[in-house]
Design a protein around this ligand. Structure first.
Ligand code: 15L
Length: 273
């Protein structure tokens, strides 16, 4: 949690979807500082609401439930849906139908700003010796990455047709510390994640903007030049972890697709089922 909040702006009611997931649990206490009421949703059980929270169990593919979820919401942080490679039917329900249900509900309920947890797996099939910017074509590395590319297109369409603003954050690897060589490039500290989500919620004008979610890492595969207007300034870096990571992983198999492509192990993950 940041000792000084990343913004003094406050929302009346913020909605956090996917609140039972790994990053949802991380953001739950952090987002409370930026709103009067934090509404939390997930299809899985959530710990009971504390003061200033509301809990609403919701399946994203159920459009009536989602419509109800967005009632009287000022802005949304949308982490909901599957977040790893999964069988197509699961991806279809949560990340494809669920994404359309969310934006339809936003349109009908008059919600004007969404922060969408997209993923670096939208461009996972770029090589690790390429630097990708947010205007280059997607190269998804599986059903999951494909669904996030679709999600970004949904966000673009709802901006163009209905004026709903979105920041799509192509989140890298948001963990307490980088675990391997790949994460030296993809790492996003939890404090920087908070900074980025808050910048995305509070930047005055964003239309539909795309930004890679990474800390200030010396090694980088991503160029956020076109997203400077969001005002995100990372304050953490993977650099201090480099000696320990390199000591643990001294060699890399240069024929392994997971070492060649930015998506790492996702480029060869097969959905079980
Ligand atoms: C993601 O999109 C996943 O949700 C997360 O579990 C990580 O694996 C991350 O990407 C990554 O690329 O490291």
């Amino acid at each position: 949690m940041l000792t000084t909040p990343a913004s003094t702006l406050r929302f009346h009611r913020l909605l956090l979807t996917g609140a039972a997931g790994y990053l949802g649990r991380e953001l739950r206490p952090r987002l409370k500082a930026y709103c009067d009421v934090l509404r939390l949703s997930d299809r899985a059980d959530l710990s009971p609401a504390i003061e200033g929270e509301e809990v609403q169990i919701t399946a994203l593919e159920n459009k009536d439930q989602v419509l109800d979820l967005l009632h009287q919401v000022s802005a949304v942080v949308h982490l909901g849906g599957v977040s790893t490679e999964q069988p197509w039917e699961m991806v279809l329900a949560s990340n494809i139908a669920g994404m359309v249900n969310l934006y339809e509900a936003a349109r009908l309920q008059g919600v004007k700003r969404i922060v969408f947890a997209s993923s670096n797996h939208v461009t996972g099939f770029y090589r690790q010796d390429e630097v990708v910017n947010t205007r280059m074509s997607p190269k998804p590395d599986g059903f999951y990455g494909l669904s996030k590319a679709f999600g970004e297109d949904v966000a673009q369409m709802y901006w163009d047709r209905w004026g709903i603003e979105t920041v799509s954050i192509r989140i890298g690897s948001s963990t307490p510390e980088p675990k391997d060589r790949r994460m030296l490039a993809t790492w996003l500290s939890h404090d920087d994640l908070e900074r980025l989500v808050v910048a995305a919620l509070t930047a005055p004008i964003v239309g539909h903007s795309i930004i890679y979610g990474m800390s200030d890492n010396q090694t980088t595969w991503w160029d956020n030049t076109h997203a400077k207007h969001i005002g995100y300034r990372p304050l953490d870096s993977s650099d201090g972890f480099r000696p320990a990571v390199e000591a643990r992983q001294q060699t890399i198999d240069q024929h392994d697709p997971a070492a060649i492509y930015q998506g790492g192990a996702f480029v060869k993950a097969t959905p079980h089922g």
